[in-house]
Structure formats: structure tokens, C-alpha cells
Write a protein that binds this ligand. Sequence first.
Ligand code: ZN
Ligand code: ZN
Length: 282
Amino acid sequence: MLADLHTHSLASDGVLAPAELLARAENNGVNLLALTDHDTMSGVQALQASLASGELQTTVELVPGVEITTMVNGACVHVVGLWLDSAHLGLQRLLNGQRQVRVERAERIAFKLEREGMQGVLEGARRHAGDAVISRPHFARYLVERQYCTNEQQAFRRWLGKSKVGDVACIWPELEEVVATVQSAGGVAVLAHPTKYGLTRTKLDCLVGSFSEAKGDAIELVSGAQQSNVTNDLLKLCERYPVAFSTGSDFHSPAQTWCDLGQQPAMPEAAEPIWTLRQAAA
Ligand SMILES: [Zn+2]
Ligand SMILES: [Zn+2]
């Protein structure tokens, strides 16, 4: 089973249309693909409609998913929801609220950057977002376009990343609420890329503990081109908790050469994959 349970499309901050993403996954030999855009399932719904009508055909099993931003102990943490019913009202309410937070955040980021002498920031970022949920990479693309920065990484390092001018505080929902909503929508809740928050080992242990206490289902054991020692450390740290495991490339763009769809390293055999539990339950 080649699974990739964490990917992004044009519906959030990825660059491929959902159908292009699906075709690329099939081409890469992926069997199980989750589309997990930030705070929206519009890409998933479009794919489901095209598959149902026969307009689109694929050998890939599509897992309806989403990536939701939440707060844990005062820090921003991402939760991936998988096998979701996108029509679930509680989930729709939560995602609508998330998108509202993002709109307000975008206005505040633009205000702050314009105060630094940059021009047309909000309109520019909105143009890059198009119909997608607006997020920081859209600002980064505008800053590069206007040559305020040479590339998107630099835009984050100088302006948009942690503790920079454009890093504005947001009120995201609590972890318990996110996990409960994902589960009430028929899905499983996965703690996304736990080693990418820059936490010390003690704080990482605390995060996994909080997630387990909130009744989260699985930990994303492998994310992108993660090193095997990092994976093995994380697996060991999770031993004390009753959690299953997930894996994903966190693919955003073909330009992300370090990890294409489904190309993240394999999960260690000792880790119980979330999809086998899911199949057993079904
Ligand atoms: Zn994330
Ligand atoms: Zn992601």
C-alpha cells in the first residue's frame, strides 16, 4: 500500500488543481491519497463530484480530508482530519469559522507590511489566492512578484515567519473541539508533522500527550523527506500513548523537489497504520 495522507491543492496554498494532483498521485503509484487543504474541503468535493459523474477516472482511492489549525498550550498546531463527511454541519461550521479567521488575519498582515513601506499587499495576496483560502504563501508570492524578496523562503524568513512583522496572533479553536468535530463528521484526527513545530523533546512529548488526552486517533509519523532517525525517535516517544500512525508528503507543488506525492520514506513496520485500523473497523 502506497499511501499519502497529507497533500494540498489550489483550493488552499498548493499549486495543482485537485484533478492534476490526483493524476500525479496515480502516476507516482499512490494507492491511497488524502487531499487535505487548509480549512476547506472544496477541492475534495470537486473531485468527488467528478469521480461520481464518471468525468474523472482513477485507480487511486481518494480519502476526503482537511488540515485544520488549532491552538495547543498557546502554540499553533495542525490537525489533519481524514475520511470526513464534508456535508457534516458541525464540520462546515468549524471550517467557515477558520476561513473567517484567515480573512481577518490577512487584513492584519497586509496592514503591518504596508506600514513597512510595501504597497498593494492585500490586493496582491488576494489575487494570488484567487478562489482559494487566503494564507501566508499567497503573501510570499506577492512579495516575490514585487521583488520585495527574492524567493518565498526569504519572504517567510524576513516578514511572514515566526516572530516576524507579518506573524500576527490569531484565535484558533482548541484541540479538543477540533478532534471532536472531526470525529463527529465520521473521520479520524491526526496530529500533523509533529517534529516541524521546533519543539524540544519535552515539549513534543507534552504535545503528543495533549493530543492523546484530547482523544486524537493518530500521529503523522512520517512527513515529507523526514530523516529516519527523527521518525524512529518519534515512534519511541509515542510508545506510551494509544495512537495509530499516518504518513504524508505535505506536497504543495512540483517545485517542492525534496518530496513528491507518495515519495516520503516508508513508515517503520512496528507502526500500526491508520488505514488498516480504518479498514478493520469498516
Ligand atoms: Zn501543516
Ligand atoms: Zn499541510
